[in-house]
Design a protein around this ligand. Structure first.
Ligand code: NCD
Length: 358
C-alpha cells in the first residue's frame, strides 16, 4: 500500500516501521524526510560520501558553478514557525549551494494563517509556488500530516522535517552522525564506541533522533546522563532493547566521562515547561562541562552539542581540539545539501563530476 491509500487517521495510527516502509522510494531513499528511522546504513554512508564530495567540489569556482547549475530550476520554501537561526541558515545555505531559489515564512502573524487559513491550505499554497518544503514546527507530527496532505494533492512535493516538537529532528541526527563518522574515520570508524548523552533528554528532540540513527552502527553503547525528571523517554529505550543495544542511565557525569568516546551535550529545553519556573527548580549544575571536566575525558574523545548552548559548556572549552560543535554545525550545511540533492535524484551527477574532476 502507499501512503495515499490511507485516510489520515488510519495512516497516523500505523507503527513507525510501517510508515518508514511507505515513505521509501524504489531505491530506498526518502521522498519526504520525516523520521530519523528512515535512514539505514546504506543511505547514511551514501549521504556522508556525497556531503564530502560536495564540500570538496565547492572549493573551486568551477565546482561551485557546477553545483549551482544542478537545481537552478527548483525552488524550496523554508517554513519555520519555531525559532531557529542555525538550522534555518544551514538549509538556506544548502539550497544556495545547489542553486535552488528559496522563499521563507517565519512568522505566522504575517501569513494568511493569521486570517484563519488552515495549515493544510497554507501548505498547499506553498506547493503551488515551490518544489520542496523545509518545515520546522513546535507540533509533533505536523510535518508528517502535511506530507500526507501533499501526497494526496495534485502537486505532491517533498517535505523535509527540520525539527518537529519534542519528537524528531532527523537532519540534525544526520549531521551528528556525519560528524561522528568523520571524527572516527581514521580510527576504525563508528563502531565499538560509547556515546554519552547529557542534559535535557526528556524534551530534546536531537538526542531522540541521534539515538535512533546510532542503531545502524555496530556495538555502540549509549549512556544517558540527566537529572531524573529530564531522563530519556521509555520509547527510546524500547527501541534500543529491540535492537539489542547496550545502554546505561545515570546522573553522574564525572563517572561517565572517562569511558566516553563522544559526549553529546544539550541545553535545558525550558520553553516546554508546563508551569513557570519548572526547569529552574531542577539542579542542573552537575550537567556541565568546563576545563576541569575536560580533564576526565579521554584525549581522543569528541565533545558535541547541537547548539544553541547556554551554560552547559564553558566557552573556555571551545579551544580544546576535542570540541567539535562548530565543525559539527558546518557539517550540517554539507549533509543537508547532500540530502536535498538526493531527494531530487542528483546524487549520481555529483558522484560523476567528483570522479571526473577531482
Ligand atoms: C536544536 C533543536 O532545535 O532542537 N537546535 C538545532 O536545531 N541545532 C537543539 C536545541 O534547540 O536545543
Amino acid at each position: 500500500m502507499r501512503m495515499t491509500e490511507y485516510t489520515w487517521d488510519a495512516y497516523a495510527a500505523l507503527p513507525l516501521d510501517t510508515k518508514v516502509e511507505l515513505l521509501a522510494q524504489r531505491d530506498g531513499t526518502p521522498f519526504h524526510t520525516l523520521f530519523a528511522q528512515q535512514f539505514n546504513r546504506g543511505i547514511l554512508d551514501e549521504l556522508g560520501t556525497l556531503a564530502t564530495e560536495i564540500r570538496t567540489i565547492a572549493k573551486s569556482r568551477a565546482g561551485m558553478q557546477f553545483l549551482q547549475s544542478l537545481l537552478g530550476h527548483k525552488r524550496a520554501m523554508l517554513y519555520f514557525s519555531q525559532p531557529s537561526s542555525r538550522t534555518f541558515l544551514s538549509f538556506l545555505s544548502a539550497c544556495q549551494i545547489l542553486g535552488l531559489g528559496t522563499g521563507e515564512l517565519r512568522d505566522a502573524s504575517t501569513s494568511s494563517e493569521y486570517k484563519g487559513e488552515s495549515r493544510e491550505d497554507s501548505v498547499r499554497t506553498f506547493s503551488s509556488y515551490f518544489d520542496m518544503i523545509i518545515m520546522r514546527t513546535p507540533e509533533k507530527g505536523l510535518a508528517e500530516h502535511m506530507a500526507w496532505v501533499l501526497s494526496n494533492s495534485e502537486r505532491p512535493i517533498p517535505i523535509i522535517n527540520a525539527g518537529s516538537g519534542q519528537d524528531q529532528h532527523p537532519t540534525q541526527a544526520l549531521l551528528d552522525i556525519y560528524t561522528l563518522q568523520r571524527s572516527f574515520e581514521r580510527r576504525g570508524g563508528l563502531r565499538d564506541r560509547t556515546v554519552v548523552f547529557v542534559g535535557d533528554l526528556a524534551r530534546g528532540r536531537t538526542v531522540r533522533s541521534l539515538s535512533a540513527l546510532l542503531l545502524n552502527y555496530p556495538n555502540i553503547e549509549q549512556v544517558f546522563v540527566a537529572p531524573a525528571p529530564l531522563q530519556i523517554g521509555r520509547d527510546v529505550l524500547d527501541a534500543l532493547d529491540a535492537g539489542g543495544v547496550r545502554y546505561r542511565l545515570g546522573d553522574d557525569l564525572a563517572s561517565a566521562l572517562p569511558n566516553a568516546d563522544a559526549v553529546y551535550m544539550t541545553r535545558i529545553q525550558d520553553e516546554w515547561d508546563k508551569e513557570q519556573g519548572e526547569s529552574a527548580k531542577i539542579d542542573t549544575s552537575r550537567f556541565h562541562i568546563g576545563v576541569e571536566e575536560m580533564k576526565l575525558l579521554p584525549p581522543d574523545a569528541v565533545l558535541m552539542h547541537p547548539l544553541p548552548r547556554r551554560a552547559e559548556i564553558s566557552v573556555e572549552v571551545d579551544h580544546d581540539p576535542r570540541a567539535m560543535y562548530w565543525r559539527q554545525m558546518r557539517n550540517g550545511m554539507w549533509i543537508r545539501a547532500a540530502l536535498i540533492a538526493t531527494t531530487f535524484g542528483f546524487g549520481r551527477r555529483i558522484h560523476e563530476y567528483y570522479r571526473e574532476n577531482l
